[in-house]
Every structure is written in C-alpha cells, then in structure tokens.
Design a protein around this ligand. Structure first.
Ligand code: NAD
Length: 473
C-alpha cells in the first residue's frame, strides 16, 4: 500500500476505534492551530514569498499574506471557537400534530475521514480554513496542498505535523500523480479548491466511491457599473480587489460591464488609482509576483492575443519591461475594445488584466453574464435599487458584493461557495461546520403515540381521521 493509502487506513481505524472528539478536544485542536499561526507567521510569510518570488525583487506582499492568509485563518478559528458549542447542540424541530407528543431533532455528527485538496493562490488559508471546519465538525483530515507552492506545503506539513498525530491531521505532498491517488481514496467527504477542469476530474473520482464533494472552483466574475454608480469610489474598490495578489484571486473582478460613454474616463481613473496604490511595480514589495513562469507567460499570451485581435491596452506605471519580467510582475492592464473571440473573454483571467466592455442597460448586462458559466462572484456598483434588484434577480452567482469587491467572502456569517461551473457546496463559519457534518434526523417516539391510529385493519374510524387530517394537518 502507498504512503497515502496507509495514512488513510490509519485515520479510518482511529476514527472507528475512538469516534469523534468531544467538544473540549475539538476546542483544544483549534486553539493549537491558533497559537501555531502566530508562532509560524514569519515562516509562513517567507515560504509564500519564496513560492511566488522571482529574482531579488519578486515575491508575495507580506501584508497580503497577513491579511489574506494568517489573519483570515485566525478569524475563522476565533469565530468557530465562539460558536462551536451552539453549532454542536442538537437542534429541535417542529413536529406535526399527528406525530405529537413525539419530537424530532437534528444531530450534527462527524463524517469520519475527510480529504482537503488546496490550490496555490492562497496556499495557507485555503488549506487551513477547510481543515478548521473539518476538525470543528469532529473529523480526521488529510490535506493535499498544491505542488506549485512547495515551500508553503512544506511549512504546512511541518506545522500540522508538530501539532497533530497523523491519525488526526496528515499532509500528503505531491503533484498530479499523488493528487489523483488522493482523490480516489474512499473519503467520507472531499473538499476541493481549484480549477473547474480539475474539479470535474475530482468529482468523477469521488463518484466511484459515492464520496460527497464540495467544489470551490473559479470562473469569470463580472463587475457591473450602473449609471448611478460613484465612479471614483468604484474605481478604488475595483482596483483594490483586482490588484490584490496581482489578480490571482478566485473572486477577483474578471471584467467590467458599463456604459460606453463612461469607459474611457473610468479606465483612466482605475489606472490613476493603481498608480497611487503602487507608485512603482517591479521593486515594490506591496505588489505580488505572478506565481510561476508558466502563469506569467499565460498572462503575456492573453495580452498578446487581445492586442493582435484589435484590443488596446492601458497599463499602470512605467517600470521597464525587463525589470518587471525579472520580478515576474505585470502591471494592472485595462483592455479596451475586446471581442468574444479573444482569450481574455474565454478563460478565467486569474491575473492583473482587466477588460472593460460596454453595455447600455441592466438587461444587456444580464444577457452577457447569462452566456457564461455561473460565476463565483458578481459585483454591482450603483445606488439605483430598481436596477440593482433587476440584476440580482436576473443572474445567479456564488456570492455578490454590492458597491465593493471581494468583501462578501470575508463575512463569517455568509456561506462561501460557487454554483454551477463555479462549484458546489459552501463553507466559512457554521456553513463549513455543516459541510463536514452529517445532519442526522432523530425522531423520539412517545409511549402514547397517536400513530397507532394509522395501523391496519383500516376502518371507518381511519377514514374519518384521514378526512380530518386532510383538512387540518
Ligand atoms: P488546480 O485545479 O490546478 O489545482 C488545485 C489542486 O488540485 C492542487 O492541489 C493540485 O495538485 C490538485 N490536482 C491537480 N490535478 C489533479 C487531479 N487530476 N486530481 C486531483 N487533484 C488534482 O488549481 P490551481 O491552479 O491550484 O488554482 C487556481 C484555480 O483555483 C482557479 O481557477 C481559481 O479560481 C480556483 N480557486 C477557487 C477558489 C474558491 O474558493 N472557489 C479559491 C482559490 C482558487
């Protein structure tokens, strides 16, 4: 048996022998991670930066790592610690009159051994946050982090290895081969974050074992600028959401839809905002590098393809191309005059390129968005509530931020997940706890149950009762 399969068997045996941890044990597990994140923070920052880095000037902004990796993970743990007792309590439900005085309740029970497969773009938090939910729900967890951020994967394996016995939490390192074997294990749940293409492969592998999956995928998240929008404020919030991690964010604004007459001034406003935020690019430690040569080349190819097919490109800053290539950084690039045959309109961009397209009405925006897969996020800027409701009712996406980008993802009391091509299932807070639990129905029958009135032989009395219930139940 391979190492991966051995770990799975050991976790399974341990779960079968010892069952789910108590509330107190779960709290201890979560607190251990909370303390470790502080102790390991410098190593986490350094590892992610070296994974993203290129040359002397490349890397991942340490502020972005603190905001989107360590802070986010700690917030999730603190929120879970605050509410876990309540989440774990059996929930009483209402009982229909003919079943009273019986009563029903829901008990949230651990599933058993779960697998978490995580991507490279936020390589720490997108591994830790699902693990927190899985442990809160009482499961054993195996993690398969991305092979494209090997230093972070190494830190995750070491940190979790110090905190937990491998029968509770284990990290399996490797590329596609290991990932394939991992997704074929008969887990009680697989939580996958990554591309739509690989998500389909994981779902197929899991189906063979009837393993339920949560798929946190990507897609093209649109921004709609309503004519009622404050353009200055919108430009700031879109630029902040797009430049974070250099656009390598699953919920990054992918393209903008707005009235033709406003496009040019708005594009200029975004470029100016980006230049205020990042006065230089190549040597700026606040501006994150593209993660790999392959991804860098992909962004360059997208730009080339758009230019060749007639688009114009406006870029922030005036760093030299050589300096930017050496640090693997690409400035925020607005693309105007795009057409459907350009790759930027056919693929998730996942980088700092931002096409702006014209639409002249909310309905035209709805029609445009409806042609693509259902997006992970949708952003609407404006103050006209009629137009806002029209767009919200006419589209479907994983989540929405109104008058901002990305912020819905940070809300602890909102579920985070996609729909259709952008995924299935959700997590964060109680939604994560429920994802990794089985909602078990328990019905307590009373000694004096009315249900005996439904036993055969059926008589006139039964008919009368059914007639009464038809009317009143
Ligand atoms: P990816 O799909 O290439 O890889 C994700 C993980 O899947 C990695 O750990 C990888 O090793 C593993 N994997 C690769 N091939 C596999 C296979 N055949 N079987 C099983 N596992 C396999 O994704 P990525 O490039 O790391 O991440 C970028 C994508 O993830 C983007 O599309 C982005 O939108 C999406 N994403 C989504 C979210 C979200 O929360 N919805 C968050 C971050 C990223």
């Amino acid at each position: 048996m391979s190492n991966t399969a051995n770990i799975f068997q050991a976790q399974l045996k341990d779960f079968e022998a010892n069952g789910a941890p108590t509330y107190e044990q779960r709290v201890t597990n979560l607190k251990k991670i909370l303390v470790a994140i502080d102790a390991w923070e410098d190593r986490i920052i350094a590892a992610i930066s070296s994974d993203f880095g290129s040359g002397e000037l490349g890397g991942r902004s340490s502020h972005e790592t603190i905001i989107a990796e360590t802070f986010v993970s700690k917030t999730e743990i603190k929120h879970t610690l605050k509410h876990l007792k309540k989440w774990m309590r059996p929930k009483k439900v209402k009982t229909a009159i003919h079943f009273k005085p019986g009563r029903g309740e829901i008990r949230y029970q651990a599933l058993g051994v779960v697998g978490v497969i995580s991507p490279w773009n936020y390589p720490f938090s997108l591994a830790i946050v699902p693990i927190v939910a899985a442990l809160a729900a009482g499961n054993r967890v195996m993690l398969k982090p991305s092979e494209h951020t090997p230093n972070t994967s190494d830190v995750l394996a070491k940190m979790l290895g110090e905190l937990f016995d491998a029968t509770t939490v284990a990290t399996v390192i490797g590329g596609v081969e290991v990932a394939t074997e991992f997704s074929e294990l008969p887990f009680h749940h697989i939580f996958f974050t990554g591309s739509t293409m690989v998500g389909k492969i994981v779902a197929q592998a899991a189906a063979k074992n009837l393993t339920p999956v949560t798929l946190e995928l990507g897609g093209k998240s649109p921004v709609i600028i309503d004519p009622s929008a404050d353009l200055n404020l919108s430009a700031k919030r879109i630029t902040a959401g797009k430049t974070m991690n250099s656009g390598q964010t699953c919920v990054a604004p992918d393209y903008i839809l707005m009235a033709q007459k406003d496009i040019q001034p708005f594009a200029e406003q975004i470029i100016k905002t980006a230049e205020d935020m990042y006065p230089t690019i190549a040597d700026n430690p606040d501006y994150t590098s593209i993660v790999s040569d392959r991804q860098y080349q992909r962004q360059m190819d997208l730009l080339d393809d758009a230019r060749k097919k007639g688009a114009t490109v406006m870029q922030a800053g005036n760093d030299s191309d050589n300096a930017m290539a050496a640090s693997r950084k690409i400035p925020l690039s607005i693309i105007l005059g795009v057409t459907p045959n350009m790759r930027v309109m056919q693929e998730e961009i996942f980088g700092p390129l931002l096409p702006i397209l014209s639409v002249e009405s909310p309905q035209e925006a709805i029609n445009h968005i409806g042609k693509d897969d259902r997006p992970l996020a949708l952003y609407w800027f404006g103050s006209d509530t009629t137009n806002r409701e029209k767009v919200l009712n006419g589209t479907l996406s994983g989540g929405v931020s109104i008058n901002d980008t990305i912020m819905h993802v940070a809300q602890e009391n909102l579920p985070f997940g996609g729909v259709g091509g952008s995924g299935m299932g959700s997590y964060h807070g109680e939604y994560g706890f429920k994802t990794f639990s089985h909602a078990r129905s328990v019905f307590h029958q009373s000694k004096f149950s009315g249900t005996k009135m439904f036993y055969p032989p059926y008589t006139e009395k039964t008919d009368k009762l059914l007639k009464f219930l038809k009317k009143h139940a």
